[in-house]
Design a protein around this ligand. Structure first.
Ligand code: ADP
Length: 262
């Protein structure tokens, strides 16, 4: 029954995906066809002033190409190359790129935990995820504000695991991205991970950012959770399992680590 439910969810996601793509694609085709149509009519009556319409068609085609690119990147079960990673070093290495993508008005603050455990993860995917989350935070703070990236050791206990799907209790490295932006309503929060779900204007949002992040975290055996309040801001927490190096002992309980509530 569980496998069936999962299959059902998969079919639903594919349905949403193809519905969303068909819709966006139609819009782009309409632009291309409309522009070519005008150009053709003009040429037929001897008017050669058509460059702007051909440009319009090219732009529409460019956007359609961009969409298929993103779709391919999304649907390809990208094989992950997990490596033992120090999350603090990863975040520090991205500092420059993140600051550049955040622009002038959004300040980036790093709060990197000491004695951080290591994790085994695809570094490129972590970077991708952080850039996606940072851009969402920037969009959520049109008048500027502070974006915080935090790392710390975390322990997910039995109570937390039984309250959340597919969470194994144990030790995790927590990566939290917080903004003081517009926040999400409950409805938006419920759909935020759905592919092609976006509340942004056409051309601004693709609705693929969070679904990509979700896919990567799940594929890595991790856990992701959104905390958000309209008007207050959003925190996205990503938990990646602790990697035990040689000589490191597995402990069931950990002091000195955050235990999330709820
Ligand atoms: P996109 O950013 O292209 O819309 P995403 O999948 O990244 O696609 O996000 C889906 C939706 O979730 C966004 O359109 C927005 O409504 C909401 N969202 C994501 N991140 C945030 C955030 N930090 N603050 C408020 N809303 C957010």
């Amino acid at each position: 029954a569980e496998a069936q439910a999962r299959q059902g969810q998969k079919m639903e996601a594919i349905g949403q995906l193809s519905g969303g793509v068909a819709h966006d694609f139609n819009n782009m085709l309409a632009i291309i066809m409309g522009s070519l149509h005008v150009a053709k009519r003009r040429l037929e009556r001897g008017d050669t002033d058509v460059v702007q319409f051909l440009d319009g068609a090219l732009e529409g085609a460019g956007r359609a190409a961009g969409l298929t690119q993103r779709l391919l990147a999304f649907s390809r079960k990208q094989p992950l190359t997990p490596e033992v990673a120090d999350m603090n070093a990863l975040v520090r290495g991205l500092d420059e790129l993140l600051r550049r993508s955040l622009g002038e008005t959004v300040r980036l603050e790093l709060a990197l935990g000491g004695g951080l455990w290591r994790t085994r993860v695809d570094k490129g995917q972590v970077e991708n995820a952080l850039v996606n989350l940072a851009i969402n935070a920037r969009d959520a703070m049109p008048d500027g504000g502070k974006l915080t990236i935090e790392t710390m050791n975390a322990f997910l206990d039995d109570a937390y695991a039984s309250a959340h799907d597919e969470v194994t209790p144990g030790q995790y490295v927590l990566l939290a991205v917080s903004d003081a932006g517009v926040g999400m309503t409950r409805k938006v929060m419920e759909r935020a991970f759905d592919p092609f779900f976006t509340t942004k204007d056409a051309g601004k949002g693709t609705g693929l950012g969070l679904s990509q992040v979700y896919g990567f975290v799940k594929q890595s055996g991790g856990h992701i959770k959104i905390y958000s309040e309209p008007g207050q801001g959003t925190t996205i927490k990503i938990y990646l399992a602790r990697h035990y190096g040689e000589g490191e002992v597995r402990a069931d309980v950990v002091l000195d680590a955050e235990v999330p509530m709820g």
